[in-house]
Design a protein around this ligand. Structure first.
Ligand code: ARG
Length: 287
């Protein structure tokens, strides 16, 4: 059995990991010098060397799992660039660029688009404010799209037209969970024989969105406020291995019960900027 065929018996059947390609950005210039989400406290000191060491563990974890990890050069003065999930949304080799809400992050949009262009992606310049995979999650064949704090709902229609896929708008209501990827974890990103599943924090959504989630994902993992409050949901799954925040022990147990293989990493320093595992990872879907 090869790495990509490793089988794991779980309650809902065998989990099969597939090899992924990710884009990451070293936190060489990481700090918290402005506040654009409730997690950020510019007066609190940050430790860039520690951020780098923790980030390196995440990078090494992906490589160890057999995934391809690409790197974009960090830019001095853009401390949030480490959160590459916000750099775009990539499916079928098409890279939908990001257009940031806050002026502090706006230069990241073109920087990421330049990278996509020079690496052979078909780049589409966005017409609406959106923060990439922070608010767009591919679950099976469906795109779950967040709004409420960052991405404008008009970007959802743009993405639907661009990728020709179903886009489901979900409204976030708690400022601590300002991006969709802080409130939902995609567990089985690729449509397979078993329906793609998710994990989520119900209180992060308005009633209408919650109804949609309950209806579409009756078997979803419901995480505790405690685990979500350390961005436990901000995780990356390859269909079997799920890289999560080390301190999210309840979520870890829930994943194990369902036949996934949770792998805990400590990104405490990057949490000071309001980001976790998923925020530091952008999936590059070539096909
Ligand atoms: N400081 C960054 C911001 O507020 C954190 C981004 C986190 N990224 C994510 N995909 N949730 O924009």
């Amino acid at each position: 059995m090869t790495n990509t065929e490793t089988m794991a018996a779980g309650q809902t059947g065998a989990r099969v990991p597939t090899t992924r390609s990710y884009l990451m950005c070293r936190p060489d210039f990481f700090t918290v010098s402005y506040k654009i989400n409730p997690w950020m406290e510019p007066t609190k000191p940050t430790d860039t060397a520690k951020a780098l060491a923790q980030w390196q563990v995440l990078y090494d974890t992906y490589v160890g799992l057999g995934h391809d990890v690409q790197l974009i050069d960090p830019i001095d003065g853009l401390p949030d660039m480490v959160y590459s999930a916000n750099g775009g949304f990539v499916i079928d080799n098409i890279a939908y660029g990001a257009s940031f809400t806050h002026p502090e992050r706006m230069p990241e949009g073109p920087a990421y688009m330049d990278w996509f262009r020079s690496h052979g992606f078909d780049v589409r310049v966005p017409r609406n404010v959106n923060e990439g995979e922070g608010d767009f999650l591919l679950v099976g064949d469906t795109i779950l799209a967040g709004t409420g704090f960052r991405s404008e709902s008009q970007s959802h229609s743009e993405v639907a037209a661009l990728f020709g896929r179903e886009v489901v708008t979900l409204t976030l209501v708690n400022p601590n969970f300002y991006h969709l990827d802080t409130a939902i974890a995609v567990l089985d990103p690729i449509a397979g024989e078993t329906p793609a599943n998710i994990a989520y924090l119900p209180s992060a959504f308005d009633d209408r969105s919650l109804e949609i989630l309950r209806d579409r994902y009756p078997d979803a993992i419901i995480v505790s406020e405690e685990d979500a409050s350390i961005l436990g949901l901000n995780s990356i799954s390859d269909g079997y291995n799920v890289v999560i925040a080390k301190r999210a022990v309840g979520f870890e147990r829930q994943l194990r019960e369902r036949g996934y293989n949770p792998i805990g990493v400590d990104l405490s320093e990057l949490l000071l900027g309001g980001g976790g595992v998923k925020c530091c990872t952008l999936e590059l879907r070539r096909a």
